[in-house]
Design a protein around this ligand. Structure first.
Ligand SMILES: CC(C)(COP(=O)(O)OP(=O)(O)OC[C@H]1O[C@@H](n2cnc3c(N)ncnc32)[C@H](O)[C@@H]1OP(=O)(O)O)[C@@H](O)C(=O)NCCC(=O)NCCSC(=O)C[C@H](O)C(=O)O
Ligand SMILES: [Mg+2]
Length: 288
């Protein structure tokens, strides 16, 4: 049994959208974010809060990781959202616009005070300039914090930047958050791709995110699930190469360096290959 939890495809859905809530039960997503923030109109927020909590408790989403995105600190909905989410006990509570280590500690204290079970982690959205500049302190602020979620729409807005193919304006921010997440040993998810009908652009962004090192991508539409699942899983070729590389190293009988398919292999490559195999194993376990 692998300890690795795949987060290739993490789908936001407005908790006020009954059709989307039903649809998500049928999709091969690794995780769901029941949204109470941007995708829910102010009038609909109290009902959406109840719906999200009921969805988590329903047991109808199978093996998927379930999370609730609450409204941000300082908004009129935040306290009630956090209390309801803590009581529902999802796998994680996602908090937008987390800006400091102190905020993480405040959120963790609030979750504990509201009686959140131990398995309910905190996922912090990194989507402001100050969060990028303080990313390492945020990532290390609490053991309960297990994942960064990039909010590239807010980031582009705050930077007065533009959404462009290749994402040059936000790459320094994405890399900084990745460095912080890896230094702290937490997961990190790439931001959403807004143009839901542009499959080619979406797949290019998935590949870019995978190559940069993200664990998976946040999604906004069912049509994006398959592409994300493929992009963030090791390919058959990668799995075969990982097995071959490990075997070649073991056949080297204690030599510190061997070659496999003409390439140098050292222990660090073996560690990467083992990671590839454990991700593959965890994904296969999901498929049952
Ligand atoms: C973008 C959408 C508004 C498009 O909706 P729609 O026009 O209804 O799409 P379709 O008709 O193509 O839908 C086909 C079926 O799929 C279901 N559906 C659609 N979206 C979802 C979803 N997200 N989850 C589950 N199911 C979904 C439809 O109900 C149709 O079902 P059926 O008829 O039974 O076949 C819409 O996709 C949408 O609302 N997406 C989510 C938007 C959202 O959550 N936004 C907030 C998060 S993004 C963000 O804030 C990131 C961050 O903070 C940042 O700063 O970047
Ligand atoms: Mg945002």
């Amino acid at each position: 049994m692998s300890e690795f939890t795949p987060l290739r495809s993490v789908l936001y859905m407005p908790s006020s959208n009954a059709k989307a809530l039903e649809k998500a039960k049928t999709l091969p997503i690794d995780a769901v974010i029941f949204d109470l923030e941007d995708a829910v109109a102010p009038d609909a927020k109290p009902a959406a809060r109840d719906t999200a909590a009921a969805a988590v408790a329903s047991g109808e989403y199978g093996r998927r990781t379930l999370t609730i995105r609450v409204n941000g600190i300082g908004t009129e909905w935040h306290d009630a959202d956090l209390a309801a989410a803590a009581a529902a006990g999802p796998d994680a509570v996602v908090v937008p616009k987390v800006n400091s280590a102190a905020e993480v500690q405040q959120l963790v204290a609030a979750l504990e005070k509201a009686g959140a079970p131990e398995h309910t982690k905190l996922w912090a959205m990194i989507e402001t300039p100050v969060a990028i500049l303080d990313a390492l302190a945020i990532a290390r602020a609490s053991e309960r914090l297990s994942c960064f979620v990039m909010g590239t729409n807010d980031l582009v807005k705050e930077l007065y930047a533009e959404h462009v193919p290749g994402r040059a304006p936000v790459l320094p921010s994405l890399h900084t958050a990745l460095l912080a997440a890896r230094a702290a040993g937490i997961a990190i998810l790439d931001g959403v791709y807004n143009d839901v009908k542009n499959t080619e652009g979406f797949l290019a962004e998935c590949q870019q995110g995978r190559e940069m090192g993200f664990d998976g991508k946040t999604l906004i539409h069912p049509g994006q699930v398959e592409g994300a699942n493929a992009a963030f899983a090791p390919s058959e070729q990668a799995v075969e190469d990982a097995r071959g590389l490990i075997q070649a190293f073991e056949d080297g009988q204690g030599s510190g360096v061997v070659t496999y398919n003409g390439r140098m292999v050292e222990n660090l490559h073996v560690e990467s290959a083992r990671r590839t195999l454990s991700i593959d194993e965890a994904i296969r376990a999901l498929q049952g």
